[in-house]
Design a protein. Structure first.
Length: 744
């Protein structure tokens, strides 16, 4: 497994060190030394030993050599600023390699490989290691598996953005026509002003006009100027409306496409990403893209056309004077390029600080009950202020440079105007050009310097917009759950037989949660999963629901590999009742019917009756139309739980998951919930996790887990008679219950 390719000189030297039967299996590059300094260090794992190198210090001389057969344990230890790999043998424990926090995920996989090889197992590592640095330029990414702004292919992103305009091609064609008309008429006023000066106010050469004729010419030219202004205003309004229409429509399409992708991404994806970061892509990034489509793209086109038209008029009137007044142009372009290049890291820092601020706000609002429960409002305000001030300071640092830049740019532009009056005035005095031409030049110059100043920031501005677009497209391109693969097996009917065959799984691949689990559950059987916190109970049901894929082994339903079953059929036959039942901010009726949107009112009521919920629902002012509030906050814990059970009953699943369904309610409510559950489990394969072990007495079998392995299987009486792990758990629970009762 080549995490990082060895430098050619080091590769050749290491090959010379290896024995004939020895093969390199793992190579990875770290970024810290043992004394915390940034430097390159390599680890090479062969089928016989571990080697580490400092190529910048000792060349190819190994820093550490350790035979694999001596290794008893390998693990990563993560500290504040980084971490290290620790290897334990019979004689000692040593740290063999240090790394920064950005490489924690990579070296977790490396350690997992060392563990496998030291035990004589086949090397099996995860292919989806998070990426923290750009593969091309090696710069640190703004976020794990994120986009490198410096390496974005702008042309590719631009073409993809434009592909969303296909559905609105008529509106786009109309906007292009309006843009061309508007750009042309906006170029006419200085030219008309030239003729007002030369033909009416101060006529030059040719036929001598009377005062009356000059007034007539003046009136018609002013009327023409008025017409141009009216036409320019109409084109501006039309352009703005069309841009707003197209921009909002396209952004809505992109936002809808992103949300569809988010909904279809696996739970494994969501568990690795912060909600705030995903929300940022759906909101802030789409807003940036909308700004680009409504203001940016049209503005680019208009300014390029305007600049081209202005230069054409200027060269037409006087090519010599045009060259003089364009002297400040390199200063504007080069200065602008320097400025935006300097601003780029500052903006990145500002974006990062604001993303952390939004993430904190989202986390705080989601956990507001916990904040209130522990009276931590002041502490959260302090944390917010810290993030807020960091964002503010980053914004100030970026924004305070701009005034000086624009002052310098305006000064450079004024040099062009001074040259215009000096050189142009000389030509007028010598009667080489007319006064009208000079006035027209002045008007065009003010129009020209604007686009020139703006063009210096186009690259950076487009980079910001395209970075947001690429972040959106990255989310859209993420492989979703395999809902319906070509070889997916339909399973319209399910018996409910579940088999775990040597199943291994870990959220962190170097630290497996389940280790070689074997279990067969017959259709209609109720299984109670028992064990300490972290033993793997919830992980087992997550795998049954296929929220995560097994790392090794096989998980089957009705003798079919779970990965091959069409996901819609699988999830359609599984019902879940969780400890903290999530309810949507809608009516009780809508929450019960969530699993079966086309259910009749009679079916909803029947499900509520079976769940012992009908009575308390009718006691509500609005009955089944009662709005439950955000996350069901208008209901008690027991009421939410019974609505959740009613939802599962209406779903009519073949496999039922009960995860701590009665752990947070009082005894009377628990009795009602247990009655509802006893009706619900009939004829269904059921996996139940319960904090109160006494609630699992009715289970057909209890499966006891300890450190990811099944250590005991049997009914309640059999396991109590064994006086093993389950017996100790029951005794511990009873002791705690007695202590609580005594305290009360």
């Amino acid at each position: 497994m080549i995490f990082d390719s060895l430098p050619s000189h080091l590769d050749l030297e290491i090959v010379r060190l290896l024995a004939p039967e020895e093969k390199m299996l793992l190579t990875a590059n770290s970024d810290l030394t043992e004394d915390g300094k940034f430097d390159e260090q390599w680890i090479v794992v062969t089928n016989q030993r571990i080697l580490t190198f400092y190529p910048n210090r000792d060349g190819s001389n190994p820093l550490i050599e350790l035979p694999l057969k001596e290794i008893k344990e390998a693990k990563t230890e993560v500290l504040v600023g980084g971490g290290y790999i620790e290897i334990s043998t019979d004689r000692k424990s040593i740290s063999i390699l240090h790394f920064s926090n950005s490489l924690v995920d990579k070296f977790s996989e490396v350690v997992r490989g060392i563990q496998q090889l030291s035990k004589g197992e086949k090397l099996r590592l995860s292919p989806d290691r998070p990426k923290t640095h750009c593969d091309k330029c090696r710069k640190r990414l703004p976020e794990k598996d994120g986009i490198c702004p410096a390496c974005i292919k702008k042309s590719t992103v631009f073409i993809r953005i434009m592909s969303f305009l296909k559905s609105y091609w008529k509106s786009v064609a109309m906007m292009i026509a309006v843009t061309l008309v508007g750009t042309f008429v906006n170029l006419l006023p200085p030219f008309i002003t030239k003729h007002i000066m030369d033909d009416a106010i101060v006529p030059i050469g040719g036929v001598i006009l009377t005062t009356s004729q000059r007034l007539t010419v003046l009136v018609w030219l002013v009327v023409a100027l008025l017409g141009v202004r009216v036409l320019a205003s109409l084109s501006e309004v039309s352009h703005g409306r069309l841009a707003a229409l197209i921009g909002n429509q396209v952004t809505a399409d992109i936002r809808a496409a992103v949300f569809r992708c988010i909904e279809r991404l696996s739970l494994a994806f969501h568990s690795k990403r912060e909600t705030g970061a995903i929300l940022s892509r759906l909101t802030r990034d789409t807003e940036r893209l909308q700004d680009f489509l409504i203001e940016g793209l049209p503005y680019i086109i208009i300014e390029i056309l305007t600049m081209t038209g202005i230069l054409a008029f200027l060269f037409y009137m006087s090519w010599e004077l045009t060259l003089w007044v364009l002297i400040p142009t390199p200063i504007l372009v080069v200065g602008g390029h320097w400025f935006w290049r300097k601003m780029r890291p500052m903006w990145k820092r500002s974006w990062s600080k604001f993303e952390k601020l939004y993430g904190h706000i989202n986390e705080n609002l989601s956990g507001i009950r916990v904040v209130k429960a522990f009276a931590q409002e002041d502490g959260e305000i302090v944390k917010f202020n810290r993030h807020n001030h960091a964002a503010m300071n980053a914004g100030i640092q970026a924004d305070r440079i701009e005034p000086g830049f624009w002052a310098a740019i305006n000064f450079a532009g004024s040099i062009g105007m001074l040259l215009l009056w000096l050189i142009g005035g000389k030509h007028v005095i010598r009667e080489e050009i007319s006064l009208g031409t000079l006035i027209a030049f002045q008007g065009y110059m003010w129009m020209l310097y604007g686009p020139l100043e703006w063009l210096s920031q186009v690259n950076q501005w487009m980079t910001r917009a395209f970075t947001s677009a690429e972040r959106i497209f990255e989310l859209m391109d993420t492989v979703p759950e395999s809902y319906d693969l070509e070889n997916a097996i339909p399973l319209p009917e399910m018996e409910g037989k579940v088999e775990f065959k040597d199943v291994e799984f870990g959220y962190d691949k170097s630290k497996p949660v389940l280790k070689g689990v074997n279990l067969t559950v017959e259709p209609g059987e109720m299984i109670g999963l028992v064990g300490k916190s972290g033993a793997g109970k919830t992980t087992m049901i997550n795998l049954v629901c296929r929220f995560f894929e097994v790392d090794n082994g096989l998980l089957e339903i009705d003798s079919i590999d779970l990965k091959k079953i069409r996901l819609e059929d699988l999830r359609g036959k599984i019902g879940i009742v969780l400890q903290d039942s999530f309810l949507f901010n809608s009516s009780i009726m809508e929450n019960i019917a969530y699993a079966k949107p086309d259910a009749t009112f009679e079916e909803i009521v029947e499900a509520a009756k079976i769940a012992n919920a009908h009575h308390f629902i009718l006691a509500k002012t609005d009955g089944y139309d009662t709005i439950v509030g955000e996350r069901g906050n208008e209901l008690s814990g027991g009421e939410k739980q019974r609505i959740s059970i009613a939802r599962a009953i209406l779903h009519n699943p073949k496999i039922l998951i009960l995860d701590e369904a009665t752990s947070s309610v009082d005894i009377e409510t628990e009795k009602q919930i247990q009655e509802a559950i006893s009706r619900l489990v009939k004829g269904r394969t059921t996996f139940a996790i319960a904090h109160r072990l006494s609630t699992l007495r009715n289970a057909d079998r209890l499966v006891v887990l300890d450190e990811g392995k099944i250590v005991e299987v049997g009914n309640h009486a059999e396991l109590m008679e064994k006086k093993g792990v389950f017996y100790k758990l029951v005794q511990t629970y009873q002791d705690i219950s007695k202590a609580v009762a005594y305290a009360e």
